[in-house]
Design a protein around this ligand. Structure first.
Ligand code: DQA
Length: 175
């Protein structure tokens, strides 16, 4: 644990010293996902959002990627954060738009407008649930989607996005 912290500090100091930009990924979560852990655990599992963010952040560290997470219940806030992602130095986006997946033209347009590779994530398999969840307005403007693997969907999304962004790491060795 301590060793990990020390190597992390070293990594950041040397990146700063040599002007190396550490790749940053934006991890976005939409409405009601702050309730993960207690929200319909039969569907969404028992893992909290804090744990999901910690796990994705830890995987990011192994890949040499900084993960910054943001959750909002507000469509407008999500649109603003997505719109600023490019100028804020993010190389890509992982997003669980939650219920906005099925309703939000504004979030779809924001992902399309910012022109960064985005991966859509769902804990549940939206295709095996109610028919209103079968349509995703956001998936067509993402490079891919991961759904149905619970909290692990997020880690799969990070691996896929890192690979697409050209990150090289033993974690990404499969061809
Ligand atoms: C969800 C699926 C959505 O249909 C739902 O509205 C959510 C969570 C998922 O992660 O499985 O809030 O995005």
């Amino acid at each position: 644990m301590l060793l990990t912290d020390a190597s992390e500090i070293l990594r950041m100091i040397s990146a700063d010293k040599y002007g190396i930009q550490i790749m940053k990924i934006l991890l976005l979560n939409g409405p009601n996902l702050q309730l993960l852990g207690s929200r319909e655990p039969d569907i969404y599992g028992k893992t909290t959002l804090a744990t999901i963010v910690a796990d994705v952040t830890a995987l990011g560290k192994k890949l040499g990627i900084d993960v910054e997470a943001f959750q909002s219940n507000s469509e407008g806030e999500l649109v603003t954060v997505i719109g600023n992602a490019g100028v804020n130095g993010f190389s890509g986006i992982i997003i669980n738009p939650a219920a906005y997946t099925h309703t939000s033209v504004a979030i779809r347009d924001a992902i399309s407008a910012v022109a960064l590779p985005a991966v859509e994530v769902h804990l549940s398999n939206i295709n095996s649930r109610e028919s209103f969840r079968h349509e995703s307005l956001t998936a067509p403007v993402c490079i891919g989607s991961v759904a149905g693997f619970g909290a692990f969907s997020y880690q799969m999304a990070l691996l896929a996005l890192a690979k697409r962004l050209g990150v090289t790491s033993p974690e990404l060795n499969c061809k």
